[in-house]
Design a protein around this ligand. Sequence first.
Ligand SMILES: *Cc1c(COP(=O)(O)O)cnc(C)c1O
Length: 436
Amino acid sequence: MTAIHRTDTTAQQSLLGEYAESLLGVFGTPSLVLTSGRGAVVTDADGRDYLDLLAGIAVNALGHAHPRWVEAVTRQLGTLGHVSNFFTSPQQIALAGKLLQLAGAPAGSHVFFANSGTEANEAAFKLARRSGRERPGPDGRPRTTVLALESGFHGRTMGALALTAKEAYREPFEPLPGGVRHIPATLEALEEHLDDTVSALVVEPIQGEAGVLGLPEGYLRRARELTREHGALLVVDEVQTGIGRTGRWFASSAELSGEDLPDAITLAKGLGGGFPVGALLTIGAEVSGLLTAGQHGTTFGGNPPATAAGLATVLIIEEDGLLANAREVGALLGEGLAAVPGVSAVRQHGLLIGADLEVPEGVQVPWAPAVVEAARRAGFLVNAPGPRTLRLAPPLILTPEQARSFLAALPGILSDAAAAVASPGAAPGASTPKEA
Ligand SMILES: *Cc1c(COP(=O)(O)O)cnc(C)c1O
């Protein structure tokens, strides 16, 4: 561990001051400077440890510095780093094959590698535009309508932002690519809007950024029927839910399997285990044929280190039975959270968990962000996707003991948060809570 020089300002406060001078302010000021991690524990610049129950927002599936993942990525970096997509590598081919196998995709299915979730969705958006041209609408003109959900999140680049409904994210950047219609996440809205003018429906199987909201029972099944009937693509955004997060390789497989897979699946977050890698899976030969040579590309996407990281992540999840661990430790956390006074509802899907909080009487500031700060003071990292909702997306390696340690600490965290909002500035490290 690095030496800590305790003066008036801690190492961390001084680094955060420098951060504010050089980093663009789009993230506000980060709450911690982290310097190392091991398993589900991270350490800050002042030497304090935290149990990481957020995992870089559903990214560090194997926790931090997993020895076999580090070995695989290090070996790759020492053998062959970047090569561009003029060339390929065994890792790229192996990861593509593995993802198609895990998805149960039929022959003729393919993979495009990107570097992030938003890029995977950009590729899916272009696929939707291509499909709209190949299957014109009733007026004989290309279909340009894409349906997405009102509470959905698909990323921050212009196309993915056009798919994202949240006004605060969109409005400063208009005009965005056109044709996207946001509909409520109900079966009624699906029946009403899915017609022959639609080129694609883009949905998250569980809306992570919206607070871990599931879709109505049967939604994806019905979406599959209607998109087929009307010649539209069904695109499932599994950027947050994919690669074991919910205790399945793909959350959508709860309703979509065999003959009824989606037409396209996007992945990122957990796929690289912390290395930036995203992917678009195109299911079946017809859909895969929509994007041909020269129509899309990326310099970095799918390079040897990134795909070695993805391959190591997927193989370790498989070999170590981490899907089962996500289900078991997730259930323990979900049941435990539901029993804590002050928690009003829990939505638990493997290790993707949203917990709604009862706001104590008299509290004027956003409550969940205040709880996030109190949790941090107690040594736990979680986040608040909304003013009354906590999200947990811990590493899939989380142990039952680690889960229990948070459950045991939570009542105290809630009281500390209440004390901190009652007398701001009293709690160590307290500041105006902001939405995380
Ligand atoms: C995080 C997220 C994205 C965006 O991924 P980035 O890697 O941040 O670009 C897209 N879709 C969903 C469902 C996400 O959770």
